[in-house]
Design a protein around this ligand. Structure first.
Ligand code: SAM
Length: 210
């Protein structure tokens, strides 16, 4: 596995730390974020992440929100800044990423955020929204397993917004989600990226499946 992909799978990246600070500047906010080697897109705000933050609907004003695969925390921190009454769960398996997210949130004065490993998120929490630049590189089977672990935790009126590159299978992912009973539509398409909107199975179809 190349060093550049290690962060997708590793709790504690072996590559030596090499901190950098980037500026995340969006239309409504500007914040400094520390990144590090062994963490996704350590030299700049990922293009897909920027597209998600610029084009997905604004987060619900309150409730629990999930950033699945938070990295150094750009999606979680922007979401927490946009919805101060909500609580954002910034979830990752990479401890270096979680440490950065905690530090970045503290420096930005953002307190409505918890950076956690998946097993640390209380099981009874339902999410009003999920925002994610998901770890496509883990492979199709692992990605499907991951999504089937978290999508059932969407609140009945909730929605998940994911950014996926077209050439990394956004359209087939959308198709698969629909076959799994999770209505999924393409919300936006920008320079090779798609934003997918996924909602919980309708009451009607869950009754049919039961
Ligand atoms: C494409 S990166 C996005 C990172 C960050 N959200 C951003 O936009 O820069 C996907 C992230 O998913 C994390 N990841 C991989 N497997 C995971 C899992 N099973 N559960 C949660 N996060 C996971 C990786 O460590 C990585 O940080």
């Amino acid at each position: 596995m190349s060093e550049s992909q290690q962060h997708f799978f590793t709790a504690d990246p072996e590559v030596a730390s090499a901190r950098q600070t980037i500026n995340m500047v969006l239309a409504d906010l500007s914040v400094k974020l520390d990144t590090d080697s062994g963490v996704f897109s350590s030299d700049r705000l990922d293009r897909g992440t920027r597209i998600l933050l610029e084009h997905a609907p604004k987060p619900p004003v309150s409730g629990q929100i999930l950033d699945l695969g938070t990295g150094y925390g750009p999606i979680a921190i922007a979401t927490a800044m946009r919805s101060r009454q909500a609580h954002v769960w910034a979830v990752d398996i990479n401890n270096r990423a979680l440490g950065l997210t905690r530090e970045n949130a503290a420096r930005a004065g953002v307190t409505n955020i918890t950076a956690a490993r998946p097993e640390e998120v209380p099981e009874d929490i339902q999410f009003a929204a999920i925002y994610s630049n998901p770890p496509i590189h883990v492979g199709k089977a692992a990605l499907h397993e991951l999504l089937l672990m978290w999508l059932p935790r969407l609140a009945p009126n909730g929605a998940a917004y994911m950014v996926v590159q077209k050439n990394l299978g956004s359209d087939s992912l959308a198709k698969w989600l629909n076959t799994q009973g999770y209505p999924t539509e393409r919300l936006a398409s920008e320079v090779g990226y798609r934003i997918l909107r996924t909602t919980p199975p309708s009451q009607e179809s869950s009754t049919v499946q039961a």
